[in-house]
Design a protein around this ligand. Structure first.
Ligand code: ADP
Ligand code: MG
Length: 300
C-alpha cells in the first residue's frame, strides 16, 4: 500500500478504536487465515469471581483465608483479586477478628501456574494442579474430585497449599464476553479459523471453547509454549493473528504475523502487539482485518 493509503487506513482505524502501529501490520492483516485467542481476559471478561470455597481436613477457614490473602497480595493476576476479595469476606463471616498476618516474603510468580512464598513460618502456594505437582504437594482422590467437578462447570479451581498440604480450594468463574461467539462464527464465515491457547487447564479451557464455538484448543501452555504454537501454525503455512491481553501472551503476540492486544490488557502486551483494540471488544478483530483487506485490495 502507498504511504497515503496506510495513513488514511490508520486514521480510520484510530477513529474506530483500532490502533494500528504502522504499515507493516496493516499489510499483513489482510492475509490472516487463522486467529489464535488467549482465554482469560480475551475471550472472557477477565473479571473472575469466586463462586465457592472448599476447606480440607486439618485446616481452619481462618488460616486458609489469611494465608491466601497474604500470598496473593503481590500478584497482578485477575484470579488473585477474585480470591483475595472472597477470602476477605469469608474471614469476616468467620467471626474472629483477623490477627496480624505477616507479609509474604520470598514471593515468587510461577507463570501459568500460580504464586508462592513464605508467610510467617509457613510455606504457601496458590495456583493450579501443575503448581502443586511442581512442589510435590500430594493431591488425593477427594481433592481430585473437587477439581474435576469445578472444571467441568467451566470454572477454574484455585488450590491453596500450606506447608506442602492442600488446605482448600476456590472455584472461580469468568464469564465469556457477550460478543465472543458471534465474532468466532463471523470469522469462520470469512474463511478464517479460530484457535484457543491458554495457560488454564484442559477441562476449563474446553468448556469455554465450546461456549464460544472454537473447535481447537491448546491448554496448559506457558508463555513460550504459546509462542511455539504460533510458530507451528506458521510452519504449516498459516498467517496468524494472535489476540491477547496478558504479559504471558507477549511472546506469542511478537511471534504472530499480527499481534492484537486488548486495550485493557497489561502494558507489556500492548507494547508487544502490532494492533491495539482500544474498546476491548472482540468485534474489532474483524474491524482490523476488514480495514486491511479493503486498503490492500483498493491498491491492487
Ligand atoms: P490464561 O492463559 O488463561 O490468561 P494464565 O497463563 O495467566 O492464564 O494462568 C494460567 C493458570 O495458572 C490459571 O488458570 C491459574 O490456574 C494459574 N494461576 C496463575 N496465576 C495465578 C495466581 N496469581 N493465583 C492463582 N492461580 C494462578
Ligand atoms: Mg489472558
Amino acid at each position: 500500500a502507498t504511504p497515503t493509503a496506510v495513513m488514511v487506513a490508520t486514521g480510520k482505524g484510530a477513529s474506530q478504536g483500532v490502533l494500528i502501529k504502522g504499515g507493516n501490520a496493516l499489510e499483513k492483516a489482510h492475509k490472516v487465515n487463522t486467529v489464535v485467542f488467549d482465554k482469560t481476559g480475551t475471550l472472557t471478561v477477565g473479571r473472575p469471581v469466586v463462586v465457592s470455597a472448599m476447606l480440607f481436613p486439618r485446616f481452619s477457614m481462618e488460616e486458609l483465608c489469611d494465608m491466601t490473602i497474604a500470598a496473593e497480595a503481590n500478584s497482578e493476576h485477575p484470579l488473585a483479586k477474585a480470591v483475595i476479595e472472597h477470602a476477605k469476606k469469608l474471614r469476616q463471616k468467620h467471626g474472629s477478628p483477623p490477627e496480624h498476618v505477616p507479609d509474604v516474603v520470598d514471593f515468587e510468580v510461577h507463570a501459568g501456574a500460580g504464586v508462592g512464598g513464605k508467610v510467617g513460618d509457613r510455606m504457601v502456594l496458590v495456583g493450579n494442579k501443575r503448581l502443586m505437582r511442581a512442589f510435590n504437594v500430594p493431591i488425593g482422590p477427594e481433592i481430585e474430585d473437587c477439581i474435576s467437578e469445578t472444571e467441568q462447570l467451566a470454572r477454574t479451581c484455585v488450590l491453596v497449599a500450606i506447608d506442602g498440604r492442600v488446605a482448600g480450594a476456590f472455584a472461580v468463574t469468568d464469564p465469556v464476553k457477550p460478543e465472543a461467539e458471534r465474532v468466532i462464527s463471523y470469522l469462520h464465515s470469512m474463511g478464517i479459523s479460530s484457535i484457543m491457547v491458554t495457560g488454564d487447564n484442559w477441562a476449563t479451557a474446553s468448556a469455554i471453547a465450546k461456549q464460544v464455538g472454537i473447535h481447537k484448543v491448546f491448554a496448559e501452555t506457558d508463555p513460550l509454549g504459546k509462542a511455539d504454537k504460533i510458530k507451528d501454525l506458521q510452519m504449516k503455512g498459516a498467517t496468524v493473528a494472535m489476540v491477547g491481553d496478558g504479559i504471558n501472551d507477549s511472546p506469542a503476540l511478537v511471534a504472530a504475523d499480527v499481534g492484537m492486544a486488548i486495550g485493557a490488557g497489561t502494558d507489556v502486551a500492548i507494547e508487544a502487539a502490532d494492533i491495539v483494540l482500544i474498546k476491548n471488544n472482540l468485534e474489532d478483530v474483524i474491524t482490523a482485518i476488514d480495514l486491511s483487506r479493503k486498503t490492500i485490495h483498493r491498491i491492487r
